[in-house]
Each structure stands twice: as C-alpha cells, then as structure tokens.
Design a protein. Structure first.
Length: 118
C-alpha cells in the first residue's frame, strides 16, 4: 500500500466523531480504547484496515464483499450501477464509496443508483 492510500483512509476517518470511529471499529472487529485521542483512534483503525484485512473482511455481509470485488476490478473514479439498499454500506460509512440516487428514486422501487469508487 502506498503512502497516498494510507493518507486517504486516515483522512476519510477524521471527519467522524470518536464515537463513530469506535462504532466503525466495533463493526470491523477492531477494539479502540475510548481513552485514545480521535487522531489516535483514526491511526489505529487505519492500521487495522491496512494490516488486518483478513480479520475485518470476515465481518462484512455478502453485498459489501460484492461491492469490494467490483471496486478492486475498476479504475479509481469509475462508476457502476447497483440497486439501492435500505441501509448504508460500511464502505459508504468510511467514505470509500459515494452513492448517488436519481431524482426519481423511490425507496420501494428498484431503480439503480450510481456508486463511485474513490
């Protein structure tokens, strides 16, 4: 992993509050002590994401794994279409994906939404 990728992950985490970072860590199986400063929590979570992917990938539902597989195969900044889900993905929470819904989006319909890989 190159330095820009490490920085991107860290910067994606920093807008979150300590509580949100703690919840993201819990979601991925990473224990973050509440006594840590926010920057230390973001650094610890970044390190966990980079160095312990074998652990946190097991925590993701199949839809997330399918999205990750598409991201790995695509170029940075590419877009793809998928059907909207009633919940946000972990990748969206981290800021790795941006989901844009069309104006005619209906939460009960099956219109595709556009997802951009960052």
């Amino acid at each position: 992993m190159i330095v820009q990728d490490l920085e991107f992950i860290y910067q994606s985490l920093m807008p979150h509050t300590k509580i949100q970072l703690s919840h993201l860590g819990d979601l991925l199986g990473c224990e973050l002590k509440s006594s840590l400063r926010k920057s230390e929590m973001a650094t610890g979570l970044t390190d966990y994401i980079i160095n312990r992917s074998d652990e946190w990938l097991r925590c993701l539902p199949q839809r997330e794994l399918d999205l990750l597989e598409k991201m790995v195969k695509m170029e940075k900044g590419s877009e793809f279409r998928t059907f909207p889900q009633p919940y946000a993905t972990v990748m969206e929470a981290f800021g790795f994906l941006i989901e844009e819904r069309t104006d005619d989006y209906s939460p009960f319909g099956s219109l595709p939404s556009c997802i951009e890989c960052r």
